[in-house]
Write a protein of this length. Structure first.
Length: 334
């Protein structure tokens, strides 16, 4: 027996669109500032930072399209909605970041062969630090917005922008050392350091998105759902097992087997399953689907069954066991 329940999303579409649009506009302005700083300074390191800024623009543009697509309602071809496009966007962004790292290596290698002297490094550095601080403010806002509205693309974009701030700070400290010591060889070394950092960041984003696309189990999400289940009145639900969760952007699809007394009528068992699913969805607090399957108790859980008027009880009631992640995700016979 199956019961499907859908809770409508209360997050206004315009908030997500506004956030990613601000990211795109902000990234364009910051990129222009970084390019100007790199030209003034003639610095390989600042050129690498500007190249990373171009990735921010491309990622924000792709993210805008992803948000528009993800907001489309479920249809016959996509019965679970379109939310997983956000993980494709995350993988795309990770690939772009890794590509930026590769291009920085190529650019730095070519400039080492035809090295030009540094020019107005002080002014260029000041402008680049300003751009980095703007990136930090923008990234922090995007990250908070993504967390609040359950948007993976906003979270990823925010993390990327905050990462950009980190690289800008490290570059700034290194270039200050170049200014005070005259060690011009440190400039390309810093650029290569940025490239390695970008390779690592891009790999992590692709790895995370691949896990979500392949429906890898998310232990933190499982624990959160288990804590919700322990807060829900069980009524005639004795226990539950075979918990599985798929995440589609901000949407979640939960599959769960619930065990009820076997003497209940089909209608009563269905109603109890539906109420349990509805209570869980209310706890999830955003767009979600809870799909429950009813299993008969087969007189295996008498000691945990609080239905005191049970006509087929084999053992006295001793108390309900709280749900645990290891138990509730177990598959096979209950």
């Amino acid at each position: 027996m199956n019961s499907d329940t859908l809770q409508s999303d209360s997050t206004p579409k315009r908030i997500r669109l506004t956030a990613i649009s601000i990211s795109l506009i902000g990234s364009l302005l910051i990129l222009a500032l970084k390019i100007h700083a790199a030209r003034l300074a003639g610095s390989t390191a600042l050129r690498s930072d500007a190249l990373e800024g171009s990735v921010n623009v491309l990622a924000a543009a792709f993210g805008l399209g992803s948000v528009l697509f993800a907001e489309k309602p479920a249809d016959q071809d996509h019965p679970y909605g379109h939310g997983k496009i956000e993980y494709f966007a995350q993988a795309f962004e990770g690939g772009l970041i890794s590509l930026a790292g590769f291009l920085i290596v190529v650019d730095t290698s070519l400039r080492l062969l035809h090295q030009d002297p540094l020019q107005d490094l002080g002014t260029g550095l000041k402008l680049n630090i300003l751009a980095g601080l703007l990136n930090g403010v923008l990234g922090f806002g995007m990250f908070l917005s993504g967390k609040k509205h359950h948007s993976q693309i906003l979270i990823s974009d925010g993390i990327h922008l905050l990462t950009d701030l980190f690289t800008t700070v490290i570059l700034g400290l290194g270039l200050l050392l170049v200014i005070f010591t005259g060690w011009s060889w440190l400039d390309p070394v810093l650029a290569l350091g940025v490239a390695l950092f970008l390779f690592r960041t891009g790999y992590k984003l692709v790895q995370e998105s691949a896990g979500a696309l392949l429906d890898a189990q998310n232990p933190a999400l499982i624990e959160k759902i288990v804590s919700y289940l322990n807060e829900i009145p069980r009524r005639s639900v004795i226990t539950a097992h075979e918990l599985k969760v798929q995440q589609f952007g901000r949407d979640k699809h939960v599959d769960l087997h619930v065990v009820v007394p076997e003497f209940l009528s089909i209608k009563d068992a269905h109603d109890q399953s539906d109420r349990f699913a509805a209570d869980l969805m209310q706890k999830l607090g955003h767009h979600s689907i809870v799909h429950t399957h009813v299993d008969p108790c087969e007189r295996e859980f008498c000691a945990e069954c609080s239905f005191l008027d049970c006509p087929i009880r084999m053992k006295p009631f001793q108390g309900m066991h709280p749900f645990e992640a290891g138990q509730i995700t177990r598959t096979g016979a209950h």
